[in-house]
Design a protein. Sequence first.
Length: 227
Amino acid sequence: MDDLPLDLPSRGGLREHNRTERRARIREAARTVFCRRGYQDATTREIAALARVAHATLFRYASDKRELLLMIINDDLDDLAAQSWRTPPRAGRSLREQIMELYRPRYEYFARYPLLSRPFVSEAFHFMGVRPSEVGPEARRNRARRGEVISELQRLFDQAGKVPRGAAAKQCAELVHIIYLTANRIWLESATLDPAAGLKTLDSLLRVAANGFDPPRRPASRRRAPR
């Protein structure tokens, strides 16, 4: 009987598979340690031990604790974005409601992992004035996500056709994301992370932005011509 051919991965494919599997172990070990001990008290040695890799091996995947934290958040937010952007909006939804649905999964996720989300927001803003060569790959990946979110918001504005006179869809998208970043950061400082409360604040701020700051001008009254 002839030997049946085995569908074995190539050496390169096996190496990549092992690397992906090892990275996943490191990521989940970091998640466990951060949630158990807190970000500040966690150590890379403890994470490496839980992931069953050498301490030096861990640094091939993340150069420090910050990169480990950003790795977790980046992967999780990528999954959330893939799920939400694949789901078409329900018919009859306003532009503001579509924007709220875009951010809703983030609030729910951050409330689920407060020991990750609070240090993440702090670390994500830590790179102001830092030379690009000193910014790790996960930090660069996090920065790139902002552009992706703004592009998705811009698509919503273009699709809805609701752009104020004198403004561009991209400007509107950037304004919305700036409002979200500030509102989310303030919400994360609260003692209890209630997604409904955070979303309510965001919604109220978006309403203010949508209505504008200047009251609508009243049309000038026409004088009646003398008879």
